[in-house]
Design a binder for this molecule. Structure first.
Ligand code: GLV
Length: 315
């Protein structure tokens, strides 16, 4: 019976085969046969695939595949594969390390904007000693789009710093200390009150292009936008127009429609845009392995899997 694991990725961010072999083996308490694609030997040996942005069609060529594990918390990278094998369950990792790093990314840019760090950097270049009028933390309203594991953790940490924090999700959520909204009207409310907007939504048919000219126009003048979710949520030309018109003060973007961000994309050189190469939440096999190991144990003993994906919903 097929029992080997394969790590299938040709992109950065989902961990690495050696790390997975060591950490997953340790979590399972056994030496595991984990092979790094493309050197997977006989495809019929592979029972469990750990995948991050796998090349389309590769999973379909594993005849004895019993489980697909997304080594990212998002799963859109799998669902775009037109040959994704039907009937093989897909689970995603829940990585507390990744969740914490995502919150750090949001908080870093929130504080950078909130404490006028670009203005002070410019002043230092011309040896100026001036206090920029400060904004009271209690008046800087933050909105977090998406209240799953990552969004809820990020929102809680931001609220703990004293920022009035709201969140938006598709279905109703309750989180202590967070002003939670949902549905279409709820989105308008959150946009309208977000001096800093943090996007952590999954990529689905409903979230594609959600942040367009209308959405940016709803946000208060001078607002700052952090996208650490998916580039496909944003209509790039509408974001650029909102920045150029002075409506938005700036944007920190970690994710893009096309990655790596094409060399000629205007985001690279825009003075109000910060670009990072999809590093907000790198998967860490050390902190993610237990989530995979638990599903491997469940698969082996025929118990229900955790963190199962519904391909129709897209998350
Ligand atoms: C990163 O983008 C992830 O989905 O984990």
């Amino acid at each position: 019976m097929a029992a080997a694991f394969a790590y299938i990725s040709n992109a950065q961010g989902g961990g690495d085969a050696a790390g997975w072999r060591q950490r997953l083996g340790a979590a399972l308490g056994e030496a595991i046969d984990l092979r790094a694609w493309p050197d997977i030997g006989d495809p019929a040996d592979i029972a469990i695939a750990l995948a991050w942005k796998p090349p389309p069609g590769v999973l379909a060529r594993l005849p004895n595949l019993r489980l697909i594990v997304s080594t990212g918390m998002g799963v859109d990278h799998l669902l775009v594969d037109p040959e994704l094998p039907a009937g093989v369950p897909i689970v995603r990792i829940i990585d507390p390390g990744l969740v914490g790093q995502m919150a750090e990314y949001a908080i870093y840019w929130l504080l950078h904007h909130h404490r006028d760090m670009d203005a002070y950097a410019a002043q230092q270049r011309s040896r100026q000693w001036h206090e920029v009028p400060f904004t009271d933390t209690a008046l800087r309203r933050v909105g977090v789009l998406g209240l799953g594991e990552i969004g809820a953790n990020t929102a809680r940490k931001i609220a703990a710093l004293g920022f009035p924090t709201a969140g938006w999700s598709r279905s109703p959520r309750r989180i202590d200390g967070i002003d939670c909204h949902h549905g279409r009207d709820g989105l308008e409310d959150v946009l309208r009150r977000s001096d800093v907007l943090v996007d952590v939504l999954p990529m689905t048919a409903q979230t594609a292009g959600l942040l367009d000219a209308r959405a940016f126009a709803r946000m208060p003048r001078g607002a700052f936008f952090v996208n650490m979710a998916r580039g496909g949520h944003v209509v790039d030309r509408d974001l650029l127009a909102a920045l150029d018109a002075g409506h938005l003060a700036g944007a920190a973007l970690d994710v893009f429609h096309v990655e790596p961000l094409p060399q000629d994309h205007p985001f690279w050189s825009h003075p109000k845009v910060k670009v990072t190469p999809h590093i907000a939440g790198p998967t860490n096999p050390r902190t993610a392995a237990e989530s995979v190991a638990e599903n491997v144990r469940r698969l082996r003993t025929g118990r229900p899997l955790l963190n199962l994906i519904d391909p129709a919903a897209g998350y």
